[in-house]
Design a protein. Structure first.
Length: 145
């Protein structure tokens, strides 16, 4: 699949895979200087790129596991969604879950982009739903083990 991409800034980098089998493509911070993200705050990181995702797909913006596990930095909305009809700059709302000020440098990997197919559906209102063994059992209703 070919994804059209436009650099919006001279410092922008095209997303890259970290390995041959990686599902995600690293997104890079595109800014002129380092920024600090205070504990429990969110900073909107520019990537300097815009993409044309094909109809029937979306771009999922996910945390980078090392950045999240080691530094407490993750996308604020946990998973971002880039719709196929969006043509603006990709930005990552990076949230600091740690108790320490974290620094983001220009060119740093801040998230990963995964292109995913989706099924367009329609909803039809009804009075009852088909029964299941689980029923309305919610959080934790299926047990831990």
């Amino acid at each position: 699949m070919d994804i059209k991409i436009k650099k919006l800034s001279d410092g922008a980098r095209i997303p890259e895979r970290g390995s041959d089998e990686a599902a995600g493509y690293d997104l890079f911070a595109c800014m002129e200087k380092e920024v600090e993200i205070a504990p429990h705050t969110t900073y909107l990181v520019h990537t300097g790129i815009a993409v044309a995702i094909p109809t029937g797909y979306f771009g999922g913006v996910y945390a980078r596991s090392g950045l999240s596990a080691k530094e407490g930095l993750r996308p604020a909305n946990c998973t971002g969604v880039i719709d196929a009809d969006y043509r603006g700059e990709i930005m990552v709302a990076l949230h600091n879950d740690s108790e320490t000020i974290r620094t983001i440098a220009p060119g740093q990997k801040v998230a990963q982009l995964i292109i995913q197919a989706y099924e367009a559906v329609s909803f039809s209102e009804c009075e009852t739903l088909p029964e299941t063994d689980r029923g309305a059992g919610g959080f934790g209703s299926t047990g831990k083990m």
